[in-house]
Design a protein around this ligand. Structure first.
Ligand code: ASP
Length: 362
């Protein structure tokens, strides 16, 4: 009898352990898959890029045609999305991201804000070419007026490539956008198992899969088995705590980037001013140094009311105050992100001190 009871209790232990194992190994996606109508609604806005690209063969990963697949085709290519969220797709543009214009940025940002204002929308995913993905992500980071998750994703390999990364990146992006713990992190960049902030994440390699890095600031988190794990957060102001309002804008001021190099000439600055630039970002050598050959033109631009911001072409580090050079300090923003912030800053003020404060705070 004692033996039987012990046997019985062993059996019960195993049963309970088995039940617990089942419960704990159910992923959020599996748990949700039982009632699809209760899944969060994620809107996917497609803009083009390699994630929507097709090539002639499965080994071709360069020289293909970006922006071919439509938003609907992209969503259909990842059936597992239906276990994570109710997804709807919209086409904003279908271009390689080198062809994303200010008009497309404004159209996209306005639509993101409209969607997030709807109570039934949990989050938004933007699919995008990777080349300028960080610029669009940072633009949205500064103008989205909601703390609901907004995730920008793309892929390095076209949809036709063997081991294409688009489907997995899209699934991970939707997973993060549907996740309540992703709220309040600002706009995020999700590719290759990593969750990065729009403020810090940058494309570091033209062809490698593992190209998006947070450099000195790292990542916000990671996805493991399609479950997001958040580790850090960004201190810079974004989304609801910026003063930028795109709702009434139909254009953005021209801001150009001029690259620094040995024996560079001031004529590039003169040309930008003549073309109508309201702001110029210097992609300076080192910590934003300006050469003696360019300084007269940069000073002339500033005297004409053009706002000049010094940044670094190195891809990292802060730009320090230096009496030898002129212009505002671009903090640790890379030139392309400093341009995005300067465009938006110029929609609110021309006052250099106010713009300098924004360059430090956002
Ligand atoms: N040229 C492409 C683009 O940015 C590259 C990519 O998407 O990976 O649209």
């Amino acid at each position: 009898m004692r033996h039987n009871r012990a046997h019985m209790s062993n059996y019960l232990d195993w049963l309970l352990a088995g039940l617990a194992l089942c419960l704990f190994s159910v992923t959020p996606a599996m748990a949700q898959s039982t009632s699809p109508e209760k899944l969060p609604h994620v809107a996917v806005l497609a803009t083009g890029g390699t994630i929507a690209g097709t090539a002639g063969s499965e080994t071709q990963t360069t020289g293909y045609k970006p922006g071919v697949l439509t938003a609907d085709a992209l969503l259909k290519s990842v059936p597992s999305l239906g276990k994570i969220a109710q997804v709807s797709g919209e086409q904003i543009s279908n271009v390689g991201s080198e062809n994303i214009t200010n008009d497309i940025l404004l159209k996209l940002a306005k639509r993101v804000n409209q969607l997030l204002a709807q109570p039934d929308i949990a989050g938004v995913v933007v699919t995008h070419g990777t080349d300028t993905l960080e610029e669009t992500a940072y633009f949205l980071d500064l103008v989205v007026k909601s703390d609901k998750p907004v995730v920008v994703t793309g892929s390095m390999r076209p949809s036709t490539a063997i081991s294409a990364d688009g489907p997995s990146n899209l699934l991970q992006a939707v997973t993060v956008a549907a996740s309540p713990e992703a709220r309040g992190h600002g706009v995020m960049i999700v590719l290759n198992d990593r969750i990065g902030s729009a403020r810090y994440t940058t494309k570091t390699n033209g062809t490698s899969l593992d190209t998006f890095k947070g450099n000195d600031s790292g990542y916000l988190g990671t996805l493991v088995d399609e479950v997001p794990h958040f580790e850090t957060s960004v201190l810079k102001r974004n989304t609801t705590s910026t003063p930028f309002d795109v709702s009434k804008l139909d254009s953005l001021p021209e801001v150009d980037i001029v690259y620094g190099y040995q024996n560079d000439g001031g004529f590039m600055y003169d040309a930008a001013v003549a073309h109508g630039a309201k702001g110029i970002v210097v992609a300076g050598v080192g910590a934003g140094s300006e050469s003696l050959l360019t300084l007269p033109s940069i000073k002339k631009a500033i005297a004409q009311g053009v706002v000049v911001v010094r940044s670094s072409r190195t891809g990292g580090g802060f730009v320090p105050e230096d009496p030898a050079y002129v212009g505002l300090l671009g903090d640790d923003l890379n030139p392309q992100k400093a341009r995005i912030l300067l465009m938006l800053a110029l929609t609110t003020t021309k006052d250099p001190a106010s713009i300098q404060a924004m360059l430090h705070e956002f």
